[in-house]
Design a protein. Structure first.
Length: 442
């Protein structure tokens, strides 16, 4: 069922029920008021006839005299009248009055059936006379039906007209949705620009805002996908070429040359594997993937796990830990990402510093953040290099083998979880990499 039909069904049904209840209430009240008015007419007519008869100077005619007409008695059309003496003798009656006695039930209002006809009568006792006026109930019902129909027809036409206007009004009110649908239907599949609809009601603005936010997220996901594809192609092209060349050399050679070529091919495969792992991790960090299942990690465990991952790296023993934490704290960063970030900083420091120098890992708390400072004794970076170092695949001219993604991953992690990565020249030469992780409040 369409939204327009659903709204019409709900609103129209409610409108019909309310109007029907109100109409039945009003028509019922009108019917009661009409009954009271007709009864009052009978009573007034009886009192009027009694008053006229009392003013007559001559004796009243007997039943053998010609009957008086309703006009002569001053009665309205449709009413009948009968005047009886206290002995029960009919003195005056109208021609259409039934011969049966209507006053035998006493004074007041009564309903009687005479000759198959139902009558509504009113009897009044005035001195030595019984005055009875009556009208047919069938005529009453006919009059009431005519009046009720006359009153109900405008209500029915008004209700029908209201439903028709409601149909067009709902269509008019839903026209912004129709324009939005047409606008989306005409858009190209790759068009993820924000949607703009003119004269949009404020009730629909949150829907369009949410839709634009969805387009923005989709555009970001597509951008990350294209970037990952380009980065993977960029990162794998050189190692695959090297592996192919070294394998060809190994096939054409023998002895030490072939063995050396196979070792070079293995090195290229290791580089390719490391680059792929870094690319996949960077893609996961930049996407909306949830890492909360990894849980949070304490500062001590963070340093211990990062150092454990570097045991196989040459020069691992050169890392010196300076711990100024008075108590163990937890960081508000998933454990896997925190460990990977610190591991990348330490790995870079080992790669870019002399083999006989030390690498310092300093740990402290500053302003509700865990500070992890990695200081090396290498050549350092210029101000321009520091600005570019966090970009993907950036390497110095004299850089050893590496993917160029380590600092980019750390930067992505800090941006996602409210940390900070700061690079600056060390006081004694070399480079300081300051990594700030927010502390967990739990």
């Amino acid at each position: 069922m369409s939204l327009r039909n659903r709204l019409l069904l709900i609103l129209g049904g409610t409108f019909i029920v309310l109007w029907s209840v109100a109409a039945l209430w009003l028509l019922g009240d009108l019917r009661r008021e009409m009954t009271v008015a007709l009864d009052e007419r009978l009573a007034s007519s009886a009192r009027m006839v009694a008053g006229l008869l009392e003013q007559l100077p001559q004796p009243l005619p007997t039943s053998n005299s010609s009957p008086l007409t309703a006009i002569e008695l001053g009665l309205e059309s449709g009413l009948v009248c009968q005047v009886r003496s206290l002995r029960g003798e009919v003195l005056v009656r109208t021609p259409n009055m039934p011969h049966a006695t209507l006053a035998e039930h006493g004074t007041g209002f009564h309903e009687v059936s005479i000759g198959g006809e139902r009558w509504r009568s009113f009897t009044l006792k005035r001195q030595h006379l019984w005055v009875t006026t009556a009208d047919r109930i069938e005529e009453r019902e006919t009059l009431q039906s005519a009046i009720l129909i006359a009153a109900a027809l405008p209500v029915a036409f008004a209700l029908l007209g209201s439903l028709v206007l409601m149909w067009f009004g709902i269509g008019r009110g839903l026209s912004p949705l129709q324009r939005l649908r047409e606008l989306l239907a005409q858009r190209d599949a790759e068009d993820l620009q924000p949607v703009h609809v003119r004269h949009l009601p404020k009730d629909l603005q949150p829907l369009v805002d949410t839709l634009n936010q969805l387009f923005t997220r989709i555009a970001g996901a597509l951008t990350r996908e294209r970037r990952f594809t380009n980065d993977a192609a960029h990162e794998l092209r050189t190692p695959l070429t090297a592996v192919k060349i070294h394998l060809q050399v190994a096939q054409m050679s023998s002895g030490t040359v072939a063995q050396n070529a196979l070792l070079q091919a293995e090195t290229a495969v290791d580089r390719m594997q490391s680059g792929l792992e870094q690319l996949l991790l960077l893609a996961r960090v930049e996407s909306a993937q949830d890492f909360d299942k990894d849980g949070q990690i304490s500062a001590q465990s963070l340093a211990r796990d990062a150092l454990s991952d570097l045991i196989a790296v040459p020069g691992y023993q050169r890392i010196e830990v300076v711990n100024e934490l008075t108590q163990d704290v937890h960081v508000a960063v998933p454990a896997s990402l925190a460990v990977a970030s610190l591991r990348n900083l330490l790995d870079n420091a080992l790669r870019y510093s002399p083999a006989d120098s030390s690498v310092e890992l300093y740990m402290a708390v500053e302003q509700q953040h865990l500070l992890l400072r990695v200081r090396d004794a290498g050549a350092g970076l210029s101000a321009l290099d520091i600005e570019q170092a966090k970009q993907r695949f950036w390497r110095t001219a004299s850089a050893p083998s590496g993917s160029g993604l380590g600092l980019a991953i750390v930067q992505a992690v800090t941006e996602r979880y409210g940390g900070e990565l700061r690079l600056q020249a060390a006081p004694t030469g070399g480079l300081d990499a300051l990594l700030y992780f927010p502390l967990s409040q739990t």
